[in-house]
Design a protein around this ligand. Structure first.
Ligand code: SF4
Ligand code: SF4
Length: 159
């Protein structure tokens, strides 16, 4: 639980995911759990898939049917709370914001880390993307076994 441990439980994480059938294409998963005055995710979305409403403190809501997986909200979130997720056969594909050095490189294998900071699996680095829009945030595309869909959070170090 966030207030006790600083990270969400698996049940809380699941509430941020759509039905698994929706993950045939990349969908934004917004792990924003607490009310704060913030809204770049909402204002950056080109298709208005993310709603916060008039009270900027409210937690963002996403319409998964509208999301086109463009990644704008991933770059825009100052809290690195958003990632794109899809499922391909036995793999869960994550596009995560990453701001540490060294940056993972395509083809490398890194440790997959859960929300409590523990290593849980190997993560294959599929792509690393940096562009003008991203400033210093790199989007790293990784695949992990599908069983870690609700556990994987980021990558730790090169194996
Ligand atoms: S990925 Fe793109 S379309 Fe989907 S919610 Fe984020 S900004 Fe909107
Ligand atoms: S930009 Fe990030 S931190 Fe701010 S409201 Fe959206 S998801 Fe939450």
């Amino acid at each position: 639980m966030i207030k006790v441990n600083g990270y969400p439980t698996k049940e809380q994480v699941k509430t941020k995911f759509p039905k698994i059938e929706k993950l045939v294409k990349p969908i934004a998963i917004i792990e924003c759990y607490q009310e704060i005055p913030c809204n770049p995710c909402s204002t950056s979305c080109p298709v208005n898939a993310i709603t916060i409403g008039e009270d900027i403190n409210k937690i963002p809501k996403i319409d998964y049917d509208l999301c086109i997986g463009c990644g704008s909200c991933v770059y825009s979130c100052p809290g690195l709370c958003i990632m794109l997720v899809s499922i391909k056969e036995d793999l869960a594909i994550f596009q995560i914001p990453y701001e540490l050095l060294p940056v993972p490189l395509t083809g490398e294998i890194w440790s997959g880390i859960d929300r409590s900071g523990h290593q849980i699996c190997e993560a294959n680095i599929l792509k690393t993307l940096k562009n003008k829009q991203s400033d210093r945030t790199v989007i790293v595309t990784v695949s992990v076994p599908k069983e870690f869909l609700y556990d994987f959070s980021t990558v730790g170090c090169k194996l």
